[in-house]
Design a binder for this molecule. Structure first.
Ligand code: ATP
Ligand code: LTN
Length: 326
């Protein structure tokens, strides 16, 4: 069975972009793959975090994994810092990486823009992500398209090490969904929907209530043409909303274009509010049930043990090939 690995940072509320770009794939893949899903707390601390909030966010993301349908009987769910192999492999991979390639990472460039000095952790972020993936002999990495550059770096590191030290790591591939690969901000469809954007109406979080969802969708930026037609280049606002619609319904883009022929954005948006609210309702319900349960902690402890068992021999393999240790 193909091994799948992915992670989400415990920073702020999980939004539709995270869900449609990544989490939805997690659930699909667990049916016929050997899946490992991680809450990447060591990545979260590359920027300043409040310790109390961080701990809560870790449990929030874990509960949301389960709430969207990740099944701990089928998949391993765990917190990154509980398996020390991530940090250890992170260092070993650092020694095969170059400052030039890391300086070209767009996420690092964006977050460090205009600053003379940038936290080292932010610079090393992609190497730790490569460690996450390579530590489990991963074949497939389901992520949003914004992560493509990081996946390419992981592949470069993998090939470089295999060429230099002999067969060590499995070469992973990114997996991106068509409609959910990049959900754009509702107030500005030229930017990706993001947890960190200032305007809360730019995103819909999975736990938002109906009135917030309604406000965000009804206020979402469209265009003055008033025609419901998919064209990401010329009509990014309505096209983004159509992508969200498709992801929550059985309709295709063409079906939606037909259904709303001659109708305005107001009608379309009203329907979209209902579809999103109904789609998120069972997720919210399950989240409330599990978030403060002992079961959640047990699942994460058990997940860490199972993950560690897979990680240790891979790490040993690399250390052996590198010639470190005795
Ligand atoms: P943000 O920028 O919103 O703070 P992030 O990308 O920094 O989030 P994560 O929470 O770790 O960080 O992302 C989790 C997953 O969600 C990743 O696979 C990422 O590619 C995906 N993702 C994030 N934003 C979007 C988006 N707008 N559209 C589609 N996928 C997304
Ligand atoms: N960088 C990713 C989160 C992440 C990840 C991973 C995703 C960290 N390690 C390993 C997939 C596989 C992001 O979404 N911002």
């Amino acid at each position: 069975m193909n091994r799948v690995f992915s992670g989400v940072q415990p920073t702020g509320n999980i939004h539709l972009g995270n869900y449609l770009g990544a989490l939805k794939q997690f659930v699909e893949l667990q049916e016929d793959h050997d899946c490992i899903y991680c809450i990447v707390d060591l990545h979260a601390i590359t920027v300043a975090q409040d310790p109390k909030e961080l701990r809560e966010s870790i449990l929030d993301v874990a509960a949301l994994y389960l709430a969207v349908g990740v099944d701990p009987k089928k998949s391993i769910v765990f917190v990154q810092s509980s398996v020390s192999g991530h940090s250890e492999l992170g260092w070993l991979l650092t020694c095969s990486s170059y400052t030039g390639e890391l300086s070209r990472m767009t996420q690092f460039k964006d977050k460090g823009k205009g600053k003379e000095s940038v936290p080292t952790g932010l610079f090393m972020y992609p190497v730790l992500m490569a460690a996450d993936i390579l530590l489990y002999d991963t074949n497939v990495v389901p992520v949003g398209i914004d992560q493509k550059q990081h996946i390419e770096l992981t592949r470069d590191l993998c090939n470089r090490i295999n060429n230099k030290y002999g067969d060590t790591f499995v070469l992973p591939e990114g997996r991106y969904l068509k409609e959910g690969a990049k959900i754009m901000a509702l107030d500005d469809p030229t930017k990706k929907m993001s947890k960190s954007a200032e305007n809360p109406l730019s995103r819909i979080s999975l736990l938002d209530d109906e009135s917030k969802i309604k406000k965000a969708i009804m206020k979402a930026t469209t265009d003055s043409e008033g025609v419901i037609k998919f064209d990401m280049e010329k009509k990014p606002g309505i096209s983004n909303l159509m992508n969200i619609y498709v992801s929550f319904s059985d309709l295709s883009i063409e079906d939606i274009e037909k259904k709303y022929e001659g109708k305005g954005y107001g009608d379309f948006k009203k329907d979209l509010v209902t579809i999103v609210v109904d789609g998120l309702a069972p997720i919210k319900k399950r989240f409330e049930e599990i978030r403060h349960s002992d079961e959640l902690i047990e699942i994460l402890r058990d997940g860490a043990n199972r993950a560690n068992e897979i990680a240790v021999p891979v790490l040993e393999r690399f250390k052996n090939n590198l010639g470190v240790g005795i």
